[in-house]
Design a protein around this ligand. Structure first.
Ligand SMILES: Cc1cc2nc3c(=O)[nH]c(=O)nc-3n(C[C@H](O)[C@H](O)[C@H](O)COP(=O)(O)OP(=O)(O)OC[C@H]3O[C@@H](n4cnc5c(N)ncnc54)[C@H](O)[C@@H]3O)c2cc1C
Length: 429
């Protein structure tokens, strides 16, 4: 038997797009049901086991890996918590001026550059920063969604979920939405949007207790750039799924000739932003850098694991071309284009030069290439949706990273929060 529910608005997904819009709509008295495919994991937040419970890792046939979170809070449960202002094209090309919402979010979540105690005693990281300076580059402290009062930077386990609650995740907005009366249904996998006469009628879901139909006047898809195009395609919006990008990284690790590396030093406190639009370079804790080698099956570096305390990590995050796709089954098709390969090679050469200047033995450097974590582009403004984020189906909206026409080359969470706030206010106006 099919279970039937009814509401005014269904929101699909609880990442920064979904949770923010849920908080905004429920906070203004709207009748909202939030559906989430993942569980509300409490264990193993902050532990290595998060890698097999909360992560979904997709590999393309051409060796690109994309990671996302399938859990309440979506990928923010696993993100580094770095904050960047929206790329200029949001306003200049898409007509989406998010300045007010960005300012409001920074104030609300107290987003600032990391304080000095995040790096002043971290010798390996500082050696990278000094080496970059000596080469004429500039690695600057980054803004983060982290409460410094709660964070121990030596923990460096943001990517497994923050066990002490120092890192903001969209679970906090989700909690606010539920406190305002929204209903949350977890382990609820949306398969299709129900459409009649060109307008939304609800959604069809698969749950552990059988199928469920939720009748609704409005549906907001925030299932991320991998989940949303699958639902759209199954619902007849067939042009979704193309133009996929993911900001793939090369994560590098090498061994210092002498002195400490970045073991127990927090990842991504510094970045060189002079090549934004092509690539961004930053520091990585040694354990995270080693983990990336394992994900990419570069097991040779493990022979050097007794030297882990002298290991230093860096990343090169590529602003890749939107040349990939997600098919109707959710399969990833993605290959770095020749231009991507050329830019990545330049970024890796720059990072290697910084590492060598800092004292890393060049022959020890291992590069794990093509690890992405910012999937986007698959239901873009101007291609699949309008700049009010509505699809061709009336009252069917998209509010996640799939709306970006191409990558800005920087992490998108602040942009998505601001976008969701703006969209909620437009919907309610
Ligand atoms: C390791 C890592 C580090 C990162 N670091 C940063 C960083 O420092 N700063 C930054 O800004 N960004 C970072 N990101 C990227 C950022 O987390 C994502 O870009 C962002 O969370 C995307 O938001 P979203 O709303 O599009 O999707 P998501 O956050 O992925 O949320 C989508 C939600 O939809 C749910 N869902 C999917 N399919 C369905 C379905 N069929 N039915 C119901 N629910 C569904 C998922 O379970 C999930 O909860 C990082 C990502 C990773 C993986």
């Amino acid at each position: 038997m099919i279970r039937e529910l009814k509401t005014r608005t269904v929101i699909v997904g609880t990442g920064p797009g979904g949770a923010t819009i849920a908080k905004e709509l429920a906070g203004r008295g709207e009748d909202v049901i939030i559906v989430e495919k993942g569980r509300d994991h409490q264990w193993p937040i902050g532990r290595t086991a998060a890698y097999v419970t909360m992560y979904d890792i997709k590999r393309s046939a051409d060796g690109v890996i994309v990671r996302r979170g399938i859990t309440t809070g979506g990928s923010t449960m696993l993100y580094s918590g770095n904050s960047y202002d929206p790329p200029a094209f949001m306003k200049e090309e898409l007509g989406l001026d998010l300045a007010d919402e960005v300012a409001e979010t920074k104030e609300e979540l107290s987003i600032h550059p990391v304080p000095e105690f995040f790096f002043k005693d971290y010798v390996g990281t500082l050696r990278l920063v000094e080496a970059a300076d000596a080469l004429g580059y500039h690695m600057q402290p980054q803004e983060r969604f982290i409460d410094p009062k709660l964070c121990d930077p030596a923990c460096d386990r943001c990517l497994f979920g923050c066990a002490v609650g120092a890192k903001w995740t969209s679970r906090s907005y989700l909690k606010d939405a539920v406190a305002s009366g929204a209903k949350l249904i977890t382990r609820c996998d949306i398969k299709e949007v129900l459409v009649g006469e060109g307008a939304v009628e609800g959604v069809l879901a698969k749950t552990p207790s059988g199928p469920m139909r939720i009748h609704a006047d409005r549906v907001i898809l925030a299932a991320g750039a991998i989940g949303t195009p699958v639902i759209l395609k199954r619902s007849g919006v067939t042009d979704a799924g193309s133009h996929f990008f993911t900001d793939p990284m090369s994560v590098m690790v090498g061994v210092m000739k002498d002195g400490p590396g970045t073991f127990h030093e927090i990842t991504y406190t510094f970045a060189d932003l002079s090549d934004v639009g092509e690539f961004v370079i930053g520091n990585v804790g040694a354990v995270n850098a080693l983990a990336a080698q394992i994900i990419k099956r570069r097991y040779g570096i493990l022979l050097r694991s007794p030297q882990v305390k002298r290991m230093v990590g860096m990343f090169v995050k590529l602003c890749d071309e939107p040349t990939g796709s997600i098919d109707i089954k959710g399969k990833l098709h993605k290959k770095l284009s020749p231009a991507d390969e050329e830019r990545m090679a330049r970024g890796v050469a720059k990072a290697k030069a910084i590492m060598a200047k800092a004292g890393v033995i060049p022959e020890t450097i291992s590069v794990a290439k093509g690890i992405g974590g910012h999937p986007g582009g698959t239901a873009a403004v101007g291609r699949v949706i309008g700049n009010d984020l509505q699809t061709e189906v009336k009252n069917l909206y998209v509010c996640d990273n799939s709306i970006m026409p191409y990558s800005g080359g920087i992490p998108p969470v602040l942009t998505l929060i601001a976008l969701a706030k703006k969209t909620a206010r437009t919907i309610l106006a």
